[in-house]
Unconditional design. Structure first.
Length: 181
């Protein structure tokens, strides 16, 4: 079965937010071969029991009153570009989220939400290239030098600190932020 397409999270299997599973979805009641593993904001607990199809078509939001990214975190609480309400709704209610150390933020640019490309440590950040490294460095407020070099060396995809990398849907610019536990 082909996974649904998510404009703002183009490969949630690679990012680890959707995994193969025979778990039955708590929303549609079907075991479709994949399940969402990221955060769910709802009154009830829905850990690893919602299928990607119920996220994509809005069923999980409608039936379970669930969101997958905090609406206030889209745009970094005013740190990045403002986006229209329909973009906030698509990211929050119909896009797989991701887990961060602190409250997750969704990078925005050119008046749109960015595409989440994944968590990154130093190795992954270097693979994204100089533009991604500069974006994360800018998010730290650290100038080039020993302090930044130590921070970059400490970045860990599965540890702390971690970088979160996004790509602008309009111009292709890479951006994001970092946080730690």
């Amino acid at each position: 079965m082909t996974l649904p397409t998510f404009k703002y999270h183009p490969d949630p299997v690679v990012t680890g937010n959707i995994v193969e599973s025979d778990t039955e979805c708590c929303c549609c009641g079907k075991a479709r071969g994949y399940i969402y593993t990221g955060p769910v904001y709802a009154i009830e607990e829905y850990d690893e029991c919602i299928c990607p199809w119920c996220i994509a078509d809005g069923s999980a939001q409608e039936k379970l009153d669930a969101s997958f990214t905090d609406e206030d975190g889209i745009g970094g609480g005013g740190e990045w570009d403002d986006v229209p309400e329909d973009v906030i709704e698509e990211v929050a209610y119909r896009t797989p989220g991701f887990s961060g150390w602190q409250q997750e933020r969704w990078w925005t640019h050119c008046g749109d939400a960015g595409q989440f490309l994944g968590r990154a440590g130093r190795k992954e950040l270097e693979a994204f290239g100089p533009e991604a490294i500069t974006a994360i460095q800018d998010s730290t407020g650290l100038d080039a030098g020993p302090e930044w070099d130590r921070f970059l060396a400490a970045l860990d995809k599965d540890g702390s600190p971690t970088a979160y990398v996004f790509r602008c849907t309009k111009c292709g610019t890479l951006g994001g932020y970092q946080d730690c536990d």
